[in-house]
Design a protein around this ligand. Structure first.
Ligand SMILES: Nc1ncnc2c1ncn2[C@@H]1O[C@H](COP(=O)(O)OP(=O)(O)OP(=O)(O)O)[C@@H](O)[C@H]1O
Ligand SMILES: Cc1cn([C@H]2C[C@H](O)[C@@H](COP(=O)(O)O)O2)c(=O)[nH]c1=O
Length: 690
C-alpha cells in the first residue's frame, strides 16, 4: 500500500501540474500580446494545440507503457516536461523575442502533450500492480477525485493568487510576471516528480503479466492492442460504453451554450448547468459505490450509462431551468459512476502485458470522439430557427440543440443497453429488483446455471388443500405417459431434510424454533433438496413434481410469521440458486375447511396448530403471489372433487409439456413414489394403463 500512497501523491501533483501547465502556458501566451483579439487567439490556440498530438501520436503512445520499464518511462516523461515547461519563459527572458517565444511555445506544447499521452496510460497500467484487486475501486475514486476535484481548483487558486500578488512586485522584471513564476513552479514540480518516481517507487517497475515478446515492432504491438479490443467481448463492451458516454458529453458541450439560451434563463445558464453537471459527476464518483453496495459492477456500468442517457433526454425536453439542472446532475451522476466502474473493471479484466495500450487507446479515442462530436454539434445547433411547442403548462422552445441532445440521449441509452447485454453476469436476474435489493444492501444472487431439459411443477396451498393427493396423481399419470417423473416434497425429501422436518414440525417438548431459525431451517432443507434431487432430475430431463416449494416459505414465514415476504423470498432465492418452478399449481382452500381436512380429528403438527388468523394471512399471500405472475400459476379453488382437480391439472401440464419442454420419455422404473399401492393402482387405471 505504501508504494500506492506514494504513487497517489505523485498522481495528485502531476494532475495539478498538468492543469497548471495548461493554463499557465495559455496565460503566458496571452500575456505576450496587447491586442484583445490576439490575446484571445493566443489563449485558445495554445489549448487547441494540445489536442493535435492525440490524433497523430496517441494511437501508439500506449505501446510505450507496455514496451518499456514503467518507472523509467514515467520518470523520463516528467524530466522532459520539466525541461519543456521551464524552457518556455526562459526563451522569452533570454531573447525578448515574441515571434521566437511563440514558435517555441507551440513546439513545446505539442511535445508536452506527447509526454502526457505516454505518461497517463503508463500510470494507469502501473496502478493495478501496486494494489490488491479489491482496492482498485477505492484507489480510482481517490485518483479521480484528485484529478478533477482537488487539482483544478488548486491550480486556478495559485494562478489567481499570482495574478493578484503581481501587483505588488510588477516592476521587478519579466521573470516576476505571474505566468512566468507559475511556469517555473510547474517545472520544479515535474522535476520533483521525476526524482520521486525514479528513486522512491521502485515497485512501479514490477510486472505481473506474461513476458513481452522480444523483437516485436511498435506497429505489430499496436495492432495486437486493437485485436485484443475487437475480440474480447467484455472489454469491447466496456470501451464502447465509455466512448458512447464521451460522444454524449461532446454533443452536450458543443450544443451547450445555444441550448442554455433556449431555457430563457440568461447568459449564466450555461455555466450553472456546467456546475451542476460536475456536482453530479463528483457525487457519482464519491458516493456511487457506497450507494449501490454489492451490485454487480458489470451491471452497474451499463446502468450508469443508461442513467446518463436518461439525464440527456430530460435535458432535451426540459421546459424550465430547474428541470435542466436536474438533468445535468443526472448526467453527471451517470457519467461519473460509469467512468469509475469502467476504469476499475478494465484494470481487473485487462492483463498487465497489454494494459498500457488499452488505456492509451481509450484516452485517445475519448479525446477524438469528444472533439468530433463537439465539432459536429457546434455548427449544427444554429442550423434551423427554433420552434415553439405549447404544452399548456409550459412552452418548450424546440431548437436544433434540443434535437441534438435527444439524439445523443438515444445513442447513449442504446450503447448503455448494448454494454449491459454484452457484459451481464447475472442473466435471468431481474434488473430493477436486483438494483432495488442492492440499494437495500442485499443484491440478488445470480441464478446457478442449470442445463434443465426437464420440467418443474410445484403444488402450493394451505393445510389440507389437497397438494399431496394431487402431486401423487400427477406423478403417476406422467409416469404412465412414459415420462421420468420425480415426486418429491418439502420439508423432508432428503436425509438431512428428514431430520430438519422433525426439528420443524415436532410438537413434543418446549424447543420450538424461533421464527428466524424456522425460516432458515426451511431454507436449509430447500437448498439440500434442490441440490440433491431437483436440479439433477431436471438435468436428466425428468419432470419434477414437488409438494410445496419457495411460496410456502414466503406465505408461512414471510407473511404468517411476519418476517417479511421480500426477505424470505431473497433467502429462498439464495438457497435455491434462483431455481423457479415452470408451473405452480395453487390449490386454494378456506383455512377452516383445509385445517379440518388436514387434522382429520387429530391435533395436527406445530404449524397446523397456529391460529386461524395465521392461516388466513398464509392463504392471502399465496393468492397474491399467483396474481403477480399469472402465466406461471394455475389457481384451482377447493370446490371440485379430487378427480376433477386432477383432470384440470393434467390438461394444464400436458399442454405445457408438449409445447415448452424437451422432457424425455423413458420406460424406467417408478422412482421413489412414496405412497400406498391402492392410490397408485387407482391412478394407473384412470390413466388408462394397458
Ligand atoms: N378436492 C378434495 N375434496 C375433498 N377432500 C379432499 C380433496 N383433496 C384432498 N382431500 C382430502 O383432504 C385431506 C388432505 O389432503 P392432502 O393430504 O392431499 O392435503 P395437503 O394439502 O397435502 O395437506 P397438508 O398441507 O397437510 O400436507 C385428505 O384426507 C384428502 O383425501
Ligand atoms: C415448505 C414449507 C412448509 N411449511 C409448513 C407448512 C406445513 O405446515 C408444514 C409441512 O407440512 P406438510 O404436511 O408436509 O405440508 O410446514 C412452512 O412453514 N414453510 C415452508 O417453507
Amino acid at each position: 500500500m505504501r508504494p500506492f500512497r506514494r504513487l497517489w501523491a505523485v498522481l495528485g501533483l502531476a494532475s495539478f501540474g498538468d492543469w497548471l501547465s495548461l493554463f499557465a502556458t495559455a496565460g503566458f501566451a496571452q500575456s505576450l500580446f496587447d491586442d484583445m483579439a490576439a490575446k484571445g487567439f493566443a489563449f485558445s490556440g495554445t489549448i487547441i494545440l494540445r489536442l493535435f498530438p492525440s490524433l497523430v501520436f496517441g494511437p501508439i503512445a500506449g505501446v510505450f507503457a507496455d514496451r518499456f520499464d514503467r518507472r523509467k518511462t514515467m520518470a523520463v516523461c516528467d524530466l522532459v516536461r520539466f525541461a519543456l515547461i521551464a524552457s518556455v519563459p526562459t526563451v522569452y527572458i533570454a531573447t525578448g523575442s515574441v515571434p521566437l517565444t511563440v514558435t517555441w511555445l507551440a513546439i513545446a506544447q505539442i511535445c508536452i502533450e506527447i509526454t502526457v499521452l505516454v505518461w497517463t496510460p503508463t500510470k494507469e497500467a502501473a496502478v493495478p500492480n501496486l494494489l490488491p484487486p479489491e482496492k482498485y475501486e477505492t484507489a480510482n475514486q481517490l485518483s479521480l477525485a484528485t484529478t478533477y476535484g482537488i487539482a483544478p481548483p488548486l491550480a486556478f487558486g495559485i494562478l489567481a493568487a499570482l495574478e493578484r500578488g503581481s501587483a505588488i512586485w510588477s516592476d521587478v522584471g519579466i521573470w516576476a510576471q505571474p505566468m512566468v513564476i507559475a511556469l517555473y513552479i510547474d517545472a520544479a514540480m515535474f522535476l520533483t516528480l521525476a526524482i520521486t518516481v525514479y528513486f522512491f517507487i521502485p515497485e512501479i517497475s514490477g510486472r505481473s503479466g506474461a513476458p513481452r515478446v522480444k523483437g516485436a515492432s511498435v506497429w505489430s504491438e499496436f495492432l495486437e492492442g486493437w485485436r485484443y479490443v475487437r475480440t474480447t467481448e467484455r472489454v469491447k463492451g466496456l470501451i464502447y460504453g465509455m466512448l458512447g458516454a464521451f460522444s454524449g458529453a461532446g454533443i452536450l458541450i458543443g450544443s451547450g451554450t445555444v441550448y442554455a439560451g433556449t431555457l430563457g434563463a440568461g447568459d449564466a445558464a450555461f455555466y450553472i448547468l456546467a456546475v451542476f453537471l460536475f456536482l453530479g459527476l463528483g457525487a457519482g464518483i464519491a458516493a456511487g459505490p457506497r450507494l449501490i453496495g454489492e451490485l454487480s459492477r458489470l451491471r452497474w456500468f451499463g446502468m450508469s450509462i443508461v442513467l446518463a442517457g436518461a439525464g440527456l433526454a430530460l435535458d432535451a425536453v426540459a421546459p424550465w431551468l430547474w428541470v435542466a439542472l436536474l438533468g445535468a446532475v443526472i448526467i453527471g451522476l451517470g457519467a461519473g459512476m460509469a467512468f469509475l466502474a469502467g476504469i476499475t473493471l478494465l484494470q481487473k479484466e485487462v492483463g498487465d502485458e497489454i494494459r498500457g495500450r488499452i488505456f492509451g487507446f481509450i484516452a485517445v479515442s475519448a479525446r477524438v470522439i469528444l472533439m468530433v462530436s463537439m465539432t459536429i454539434a457546434a455548427p449544427l445547433v444554429g442550423w434551423q430557427a427554433a420552434r415553439q411547442l405549447d404544452l399548456g403548462v409550459a412552452v418548450i422552445n424546440i431548437s436544433m440543440s434540443r434535437i441534438l441532445l435527444f439524439a445523443a440521449a438515444a445513442l447513449v441509452v442504446w450503447l448503455g443497453i448494448t454494454a449491459f447485454r454484452n457484459m451481464d453476469d447475472k442473466p435471468g436476474v431481474p434488473v430493477l429488483a436486483d438494483l432495488w435489493s442492492s440499494l437495500r444492501g442485499r443484491p440478488l444472487s445470480a441464478a446457478v446455471p442449470t442445463d434443465s431439459k426437464g420440467y418443474f411443477v410445484a403444488f402450493e396451498g394451505g393445510e389440507g388443500a389437497g397438494k399431496s393427493t394431487q402431486a401423487v396423481k400427477l406423478a403417476a399419470w406422467l409416469k404412465l405417459r412414459g415420462y421420468e417423473a420425480v415426486l418429491t416434497r418439502e420439508p423432508g425429501a432428503t436425509d438431512i431434510g428428514m431430520r430438519i422436518r422433525t426439528l420443524l414440525l415436532d410438537t413434543g417438548g418446549d424447543s420450538a424454533p424461533d421464527p428466524r431459525a424456522e425460516a432458515l431451517l426451511y431454507a436449509a432443507d430447500r437448498a439440500q433438496h434442490v441440490d440433491k434431487i431437483i436440479r439433477p432430475a431436471l438435468e436428466r430431463g425428468a419432470v419434477v413434481v414437488t409438494d410445496r416449494y419457495i411460496d410456502s416459505s414466503i406465505a408461512y414465514q414471510g407473511s404468517g410469521r411476519s418476517l417479511g415476504k421480500g426477505e424470505i423470498a431473497w433467502v429462498s432465492a439464495w438457497a435455491t440458486g434462483g431455481l423457479k418452478p415452470d408451473l405452480t399449481v395453487l390449490l386454494d382452500v378456506e383455512p377452516e375447511d383445509g385445517l379440518h381436512r388436514a387434522k382429520a380429528g387429530g391435533e395436527g403438527d406445530r404449524l397446523e396448530q397456529e391460529q386461524l388468523e395465521f392461516h388466513q394471512k398464509v392463504r392471502q399471500t399465496f393468492l397474491d403471489l399467483a396474481e403477480a405472475e399469472p402465466k406461471r400459476y394455475l389457481v384451482i379453488p377447493a370446490g371440485p372433487t379430487v378427480d376433477e382437480i386432477a383432470h384440470t391439472v393434467r390438461e394444464a401440464v400436458a399442454e405445457r409439456l408438449d409445447i415448452r419442454t424437451e422432457a424425455t420419455r423413458t420406460e424406467t422404473a417408478w422412482p421413489g413414489l412414496d405412497t400406498d399401492n391402492s392410490q397408485w393402482n387407482n391412478v394407473a387405471e384412470e390413466a388408462g394403463r394397458p
